[in-house]
Write a protein that binds this ligand. Structure first.
Ligand SMILES: [Zn+2]
Length: 323
């Protein structure tokens, strides 16, 4: 079924009530070693920040630690690790990874601008402005905020903004895509597309991926359930995201790099697990040179991603931008 995009509906009270806090266990996320799965965590003192939903007009959480820029394109991008704020009121985290994903806020903004330039539509963008030493929003709340009330509130507001954005996408377009945007420091200069499938799983043959119906248990499960394509095709075929980026941005998995092999690889973290229960999505771990390093690189990457995602949404989700 082809779904055409209509005018943006401002987020109303029903959307706020619709923000569902479903928490899943994180497995691996960028910048750190694999974490041991823990029990699902219920956020303390859940907060529901409000936002008018006006396209392109920023809404902020308390003390501007998190920012949500509403969009009108069925894509939600979250950026948890690019922040620079270091308020003294939040002690430095003492457990877990604290490395900043350099220039990823700027990268998210460049991607957003590329959509506006190319399609006249803006994706939803949710940003953490706290430095990762203060908050790691891609972890469950205990490791993320380490007991500090201000950090816990920012964590809650960030995920509530993502859920608000996803509710707006579903209300307007029926479905869409979620991307959790990061930066990695691995030696190989390629995107690591994380679908919540381990390197060991991706290292299997196409027949093994198809036999295990891997895509149905991945972060693309909501897409895979309605697709006639095999798991291997969805994850690393010509119309996979890696396939659609091929020739412009190297990625794994993709047709030319179908599996990580023995190379380090991030398969998706807390936010990808949590937020792909309501929209299909993935984690994008970007390399630095040629993607994040300069404004020119970021603009070029944004343009390549718009081209790839426009096709991805049309082919796999039946979505296409209104003229
Ligand atoms: Zn990261």
């Amino acid at each position: 079924m082809m779904v055409w995009l209509g005018p943006l509906q401002p987020s109303g009270p029903n959307v706020h009530r619709g923000a569902i806090a479903l928490l899943l266990v994180t497995l691996i996320a960028c910048g750190g070693s694999p974490t041991t799965p823990t029990s699902p965590t219920t956020p303390t003192s859940p907060t529901t920040p409000t936002c008018s939903g006006t396209v392109g007009v920023s809404c902020f959480g308390t003390l501007h630690y998190v920012e949500y820029i509403p969009g009108d394109f069925p894509l939600v991008i979250s950026v948890p690790h690019g922040g620079a704020l270091t308020p003294a009121s939040i002690p430095n985290r003492t457990v877990g990874t604290t490395v900043t994903d350099t220039n990823t806020i700027e990268l998210g903004q460049a991607i957003s601008q590329a959509f506006v330039t190319r399609l006249g539509r803006r994706p939803h963008l949710v940003i953490v402005h706290l430095r990762r030493t203060k908050l790691d929003a891609n972890r469950e709340v205990v490791e993320a905020a380490q007991g500090n009330a201000d950090a816990i509130r920012a964590w809650n507001e960030y995920h509530a903004f993502v859920e608000l954005a996803m509710a707006a996408v579903r209300q307007r377009s029926g479905t869409g895509l979620y991307i959790d945007l990061h930066g990695h420091g691995h030696a190989k200069a390629r995107l690591e597309l994380g679908y919540l499938l381990s390197a060991a799983t991706l290292n299997g043959t196409d027949a093994q991926l198809n036999g295990s119906n891997a895509a149905a248990s991945s972060s693309l499960r909501l897409l895979a359930q309605q697709s006639s394509l095999t798991s291997a095709a969805l994850l690393r075929g010509a119309s996979s995201l890696g396939g659609l980026l091929e020739g412009r941005v190297p990625s794994v998995p993709s047709p030319s790099a179908p599996s990580p092999g023995s190379d380090p690889y991030f398969d998706g973290g807390y936010s990808t697990s949590r937020h792909t229960l309501t929209l299909p999505g993935l984690q994008i771990e970007s390399h630095f040179t040629g993607v994040r390093d300069t404004a020119t690189s970021r603009a070029a990457f944004g343009d390549a991603l718009v081209t790839a995602l426009e096709t991805f949404l049309r082919v796999h989700l039946g979505l296409q931008p209104a003229a």
